[in-house]
Design a protein around this ligand. Structure first.
Ligand code: DX5
Ligand code: ZN
Length: 241
């Protein structure tokens, strides 16, 4: 199996020293750099973070870094071209905005509405891949696996992100109930890259890996580690093997 991926979330970094913070985690053995882009909408818990210009700045300073961009925004399709131009490596979009479009539309049964939502999501994922980036779909803790399975089965995604907290803020508590979803997804897709994000530390990373995750995002546990970034990354690495 491929080496597990550790992706520190810069949401927990000092934004006033962002370049140096990212240099530190890359030197400490991070595989990817997780960039949370939130638009202030309810989907993002009302939080507003950063956008493509920051990705471009990171790309200029770190030409070879893998920039793992997580878009929790109402209209992800608007930001795909700007993110590709900025030098993103991968774009992860949430399924919920697409489910909401069809939830608001009158008529049709549940299956037809899900089908329509998946069509919108597929179009955005296709646009990500067309720009040469890896495409991933994320689902909130309460969103059932059924909402993304057709995308997995059709090979429309390179990764599924199972959120283990609600999108929006670092430092929240890991939702253990999501592990059942990770395990079900792993059973259905033995070679899929499955990422977890939210409340990840060495203990919860170990539990997530045991359930089948092979990529973890960690913000507070890395940038806020009292023992320093390097020890935190080493602890995560050990938990994942
Ligand atoms: C949650 C974000 C995460 C967040 C994780 O809204 O998607 O990437 O930064 O932070 P921690 O690791 O502190 O839970
Ligand atoms: Zn994230």
């Amino acid at each position: 199996p491929p080496r597990p991926i550790i992706s520190p979330s810069i949401l927990a970094a000092d934004f006033a020293a962002l370049g140096d913070e990212v240099a530190r985690v890359l030197a400490g053995g991070a595989d990817w750099v997780h960039v949370d882009m939130f638009d202030g909408s309810a989907l993002a818990g009302g939080n507003f973070t950063i956008g493509p210009p920051v990705v471009a700045a990171l790309r200029r300073r770190f030409p070879k870094a893998f920039l793992d961009c997580h878009l929790a925004v109402e209209h992800p399709e608007k930001y795909i071209a700007p993110l590709a131009d900025a030098g993103a490596s991968s774009v992860t979009i949430q399924i919920e905005p697409f489910l909401q479009i069809t939830d608001r539309a009158p008529g049709g049964d549940a299956a037809a509405r899900l089908d329509a939502a998946l069509g919108f999501a597929r179009r955005a994922l296709g646009a990500i891949r067309e720009r040469g980036l890896r495409a991933a779909i994320a689902l909130a803790p309460a969103t059932p696996l059924e909402a993304v399975m057709p995308l997995v089965e059709a090979g429309d995604v390179d990764m599924v992100l199972c959120m283990t907290v609600e999108c929006g803020f670092g430092g929240q508590r890991f939702q253990e109930g999501v592990l059942a979803k990770v395990a079900a997804l792993r059973a259905a897709a033995p070679s899929l890259q499955i990422q977890v994000d939210g409340g990840i530390n060495a203990d919860t990373a170990r539990a997530a890996a045991a359930a089948g995750a092979n990529a973890v995002v960690a913000g507070t546990a890395v940038f806020g580690a009292p023992g320093g970034v390097e020890a935190a990354l080493a602890g995560l690495r050990e938990a994942l093997v």
